[in-house]
Design a protein around this ligand. Sequence first.
Ligand code: ASP
Ligand code: MG
Length: 457
Amino acid sequence: MIVMKFGGTSVQDSAAITRAGAIVKGRLQQKPVVVVSALAKVTDQLLVMARAAGSGDRKTALSLSRALRERHYTTAGELLGTALFTQFHSDLGAHFEALDELLRGIAAVGELTPRTTDHVAAYGEILSSQIVAAAFSAHGLDATLVDSRECILTDDAHMRAAPLMEETGERLRAKVQPLLAAGRVPVMGGFIGATKSGITTTIGRGGGDYSAAIVGSGLGAERIEIWTDVDGMMTTDPNLCPDARRIKSISFEEAAELAYFGAKVLHPATVLPAIQKNIPVYVLNARNPSCEGTRIATRGPRSRTFFKAIAAKKRITIIDVAAPRMLLAHGFMRAIFEAFDRHGVSVDVVTTSEVSVSLTVDSNESIPALAADLAKLADVKYEGRKAIICLVGENLRETPGIAARVFGELSDVKIRMISQGASEINLTFVIEEEEVPQVIRRLHKAFFSDLDPEVFT
Ligand code: ASP
Ligand code: MG
């Protein structure tokens, strides 16, 4: 069997859901389980409603809910035709009545807890899965709606609940496998689950991919397909470099390094349950389904190029902490990191010398306060408008001379910090922000002119 996950944009309206149905039809031989996100933007809107109600603004909450109801009715009406829609109308209506009831309750109490937030947020996927299952059936697929809250069991850490993998696997095998055996197409909402006692939970924003991996892992899928609206992961940002190409195949570790530096297609951490079971994950384009997309697996094929991709992350500030006599003193690093912790600022790149530490952080308002705090420990300087460049590839592990080639290409560029080693598969350095486009283009030209057709298109 396989898992096919359709993200918010891939089910955003009746046209998108129709496209998804056609894609699923083409894969029936492989016994798909379909996992869907809420219609695009719906989770955001539900959270706005919940907060409005929480602040006592019942009117705003209910009027937003009305707009949401209209959108779902319109989408379902377009997909189902009159006769089917008349029957289905009351199913959807019951959900919206319950949602409104919930919003009134929240507004009456004037308090929004994480547990109640999950109750509201879950409606996105409850509704989308119901509409998608009905639409698939109307279009000749043997679809069956499966309530994810009966299969995906989690702890009670509301809004970012962790799945209980063993119990979830058992439930999936009991509820979903018989449907597959009977030739049916199970349709489930992503993102949502329930505690053992049946209280609705959600597993974190963007959790649809995570749900797909949990389902795939529990059912021992051959592959997991993440259907989005781009052709896959690219060698670099095509907006910066027109020569960027699709990556056909990438290792999990490489994909994880890229995600960290802002490649937004999919956060590999969310598909870890699949990777741990050696299940490959494909990122595919629902608007261009014949494109092979990007395959993420425990091991990818070795490319002949040094790197798989180059990522850039802008809006970086460098913080230099210099303490000629203190640096090597026991506990000094800890004191520095405790200051970052107190200000809730997370660090990307760290380089150290005998007498100083440089750290990069995303530019934000808490930096002056953080710097003032650090100044109690040492001399502190900070400088914004920097960017991190990150070159990623398994080949970096064993090939000598790569750093010399990279910095040889950039001999006229001012390099501020260099870091290599932690993962052995990335070479990271910091430059001035305005240099990003030309640096990316030059590196891409130097290292990707000889693209390997096995790994790149
Ligand atoms: N609908 C959820 C969200 O927007 C989960 C997802 O789309 O992956 O966060
Ligand atoms: Mg998403």
